[in-house]
Ligand binder design. Sequence first.
Ligand SMILES: [Mn+2]
Length: 433
Amino acid sequence: MTINILHLSDIHMGSGFSHGKINPETGINTRLEDFVKTLSICIDRAISEPVDLVLFGGDAFPDATPAPYIHEAFASQFRRLADAKIPTILLVGNHDQHSQGSGGASLSIYRTLVVPGFIVGDSITTHRINTGNGDIQVITLPWLNHSTLLTRPETEGLSLGEVSQLLLERLQPVLEAEIRRLDPTIPTVLLGHLMADRANLGAERFLAVGKGFTIPVSFLIRPELDYVALGHVHKHQNLNKANNPPIIYPGSIDRVDFSEEKEDKGYVMVNVAKGKVQWEFCPLPVRPFCTIEVDVSEAEDPQQTILDAIAPRLACSETTQCLPSQTAQRFGEAEIASKDITDAVVRLIYKLRSEQLELISTTALDQALKLAHSYTIRPELVSQLARPRLPELGLGNTLDPLDALKAYLDNKEDLREIASDMLEAAQELLETK
Ligand SMILES: [Mn+2]
């Protein structure tokens, strides 16, 4: 008997509103509608199979206190799993916690309400779940912050790196205890929201800078585990190509920002029996993001050069015949979608010299980009880019960090009063590393 699992993660519902617009019919940001649609495809799949278990790897919202209508949009999708009697584990990610303290602030409501079949994974523990196809055990490993396994006096005076090391030392026996208590006769999954030290970073590097610590992949490569279901990293990847066990980030279900422009988005279908596992990444049809970057600083007609850079991205422009196959596959084939700005989130970046500024008509650019779902236009002046901002920092000069700071402070009138304090503090920091 095998157990079917749908594993998804990093929903971040309510993110990226700046890439959307208000839908005049609903009054709701189109990016929320996109995320709901994407999530609904995952839930549809779970129900139509039906799967025996849904594992959510954490980060439901951008923060622990989403607006009620966003929370409701999330809940109304997951509720369909409860109605279909599909057991579901909602793991707590870093974005689901309050910045200080533990527990799953935005997800704890599901435990409070005792939604049948729902488990909120906000502690390191093992859950034994009875499915129609037999029992499975799932170790939940939520996002660990410094208050999870450490007390304040223990961390006092320690650097961030030392605290992370101590946290890792605490985690090891706790995890070991869970693994020893496992029933060796039934399939086992570890569900964790964490940064593994072999993970290829995406946007989350900026979303949670300095907040976390990494867990070595060797912690997770254990013969007792049949599958490791992760969340946190937005780019889909398998950290253990030997698949003993597979260590899988499904990635985010929709693009949170431009750093995910070129990534496929999706969820993972898993089929597991004790000692045997198969998994498959299932791509989701998400709205394309498209960056158009052009340097017109040497162009005779910068305006036309920009328009020429946009033109090939228009599958259905007035001058070219619109190919039905291309519109039909909109949001479908990634290759076509990435070339076509129709209904895409677009950013146009063009580099020019300041004296060219008046040669660019914003109206013409607006006209050229009108088929995009939303767009931003960012002119960048090359003269400013090339000119060293401080002569001391020019080409051919190398400065040590302290001299660089000194050169910076020498040029900042407004920092004069605290300049010596800053230099002193910098010196201290450099010495204590
Ligand atoms: Mn995360």
